[in-house]
Ligand binder design. Structure first.
Ligand code: ASC
Length: 128
C-alpha cells in the first residue's frame, strides 16, 4: 500500500535502520564494548523480533529501481528471498526468547544465528 516505489524503499530502509541500531547495541554488549545489561538486551531483542516483521512489505515489485542497495535478484529469486527473510524472523523470535533466560551461551548462539541471517541475505541480495 505505497503510493510510490520510493515510499516502499524508504519504509524498508527505515525498518532496517531500526533493526541495525538495536542489533548493533546487542553486539556491542556481547563484544564487551559496553557493560552487559540483561534487561536492555532483552528489550532490544524484543525490538528486533518485532521489527523483523516489517521490511518484507517494502519489497514491492519494481523497487530495485531507485535509491536502494536491493538487487534485482530479490524479485527473480523471490521464493528464496522470502524463505531467507522468514528464517531471519524465526531467528529473531528465538533470540527474543533466549534473551529472557540467563543462559548466556544460548543467548550468544541465538545472537550469532540472527547475525548470520542478516549477512546471509546481504551477501546475495544487497549491493556492496
Ligand atoms: C549488524 C548489521 C548487520 C549485521 C551483520 C551480521 O549489526 O548492521 O548487517 O549485524 O553484519 O553479520
Amino acid at each position: 500500500n505505497f503510493k510510490e516505489v520510493d515510499d516502499a524503499i524508504e519504509y524498508r530502509q527505515s525498518a532496517f535502520g531500526l533493526i541495525a541500531h538495536n542489533f548493533g547495541d546487542m553486539g556491542a554488549m556481547l563484544k564487551g564494548e559496553k557493560p552487559f545489561d540483561a534487561e536492555v538486551f532483552a528489550m532490544r531483542a524484543q525490538n528486533v523480533a518485532a521489527l523483523s516483521q516489517l521490511p518484507a512489505e517494502g519489497f514491492v515489485a519494481g523497487s530495485d529501481k531507485g535509491n536502494t542497495e536491493a538487487l534485482a535478484k530479490i524479485w527473480s529469486d523471490k521464493a528464496d528471498f522470502d524463505s531467507k527473510m522468514s528464517e531471519f524472523q524465526d531467528n529473531a523470535a528465538k533470540l527474543a526468547v533466549a534473551a529472557q533466560s540467563d543462559d548466556n551461551n544460548a543467548l550468544k548462539a541465538a545472537f550469532m544465528a540472527t547475525g548470520k541471517s542478516c549477512k546471509g541475505c546481504h551477501d546475495v541480495y544487497k549491493k556492496d
